[in-house]
Design a protein around this ligand. Structure first.
Ligand code: AP5
Ligand code: MG
Length: 219
């Protein structure tokens, strides 16, 4: 399957993607994680992306689209993928359509995670992620690690993302409303959007998502 995951910052895209990708046996491709890996490796791409990310603004399309395209062309993504955080504006959605068209393949669904704004603010404020593996995500109160500051899965150090400050989160939410939400209408016109509530337990949301994807496949 080829799926796009969309939702505001802190909705739980990364959290859900980890489970959904495993259930569906497809790679989880997060442009945010790819940028963060480039930043920690000190690459030129990371240096370019950093200033935009720290301010909560989108990294320019000419950087982002090429990076996403490269990742999608890796062997593990040939039969499907779960995109998390890409596309993030209509220009990127059009570029993705072009990439898929050139491969004669199509998207199966766009899974839209709905969460009220006060909840995303709480989720982001308490988020802690692992330095070794960004898919290892915790929350101070909702999903606390067994030992403070230590990843349950691999023992890595947990840290708070640079762009999770209150001010930057405000910018990220605004960017989401003005630039990313329009892609939901773009995909609705293609009949691809399935919206679910991302409130409740992580496992309940995963179950809701799997059922919604199954229904969209049948319908
Ligand atoms: P990115 O890394 O994609 O960040 P984001 O979209 O802002 O989303 P987050 O990763 O903050 O949230 P999430 O939805 O993954 O939530 P999570 O699962 O962690 O992008 C960062 C930046 O990179 C952008 O601002 C931009 O600068 C740049 N960028 C990336 N892609 C780009 C693109 N395509 N174009 C241009 N620029 C781009 O969950 C959050 C917290 O909630 C966690 O603590 C988790 O434990 C907790 N939680 C999750 N689910 C639940 C639940 N059900 N109940 C309680 N707590 C929960
Ligand atoms: Mg994420």
């Amino acid at each position: 399957m080829r799926i796009v995951l969309v939702g505001p910052p802190g909705a739980g895209k990364g959290t859900q993607a980890a489970y959904l990708a495993k259930n569906l046996s497809i790679p989880h491709i997060s442009t945010g994680d790819l940028f963060r890996a480039n930043i920690s490796q000190g690459t030129d791409l990371g240096k370019r992306a950093r200033a935009f990310m720290d301010e909560g603004r989108l990294v320019p399309d000419e950087v982002t689209i090429g990076m996403a395209k490269d990742r999608m062309s890796q062997p593990d993504a040939l039969n499907g993928f779960l995109l998390d955080g890409f596309p993030r504006n209509v220009g990127q959605a059009e570029a993705l359509d072009e990439i898929l068209r050139s491969e004669s393949v199509e998207l199966d669904a766009v899974l839209d995670l709905e969460v009220p704004e006060d909840e995303v603010v709480k989720r982001i404020a308490g988020r802690r992620i692992c330095r070794n593996e960004s898919a290892h995500v915790f929350h101070e109160t909702y999903n606390p690690p067994k030992a403070e500051g230590v990843c349950d899965t691999c023992g890595g150090e947990l840290y708070q993302r640079d762009d999770d400050s209150e001010e930057t989160v405000r910018t990220r939410l605004e960017v989401y409303h003005t630039q990313t939400e329009p892609i939901i209408d773009y995909y609705r016109a293609q009949g691809l959007v399935v919206t679910i509530s991302a409130l409740g337990k992580v496992t309940d949301v995963t179950e809701r998502a799997m059922e919604a994807l199954k229904r969209s496949e049948e319908g």
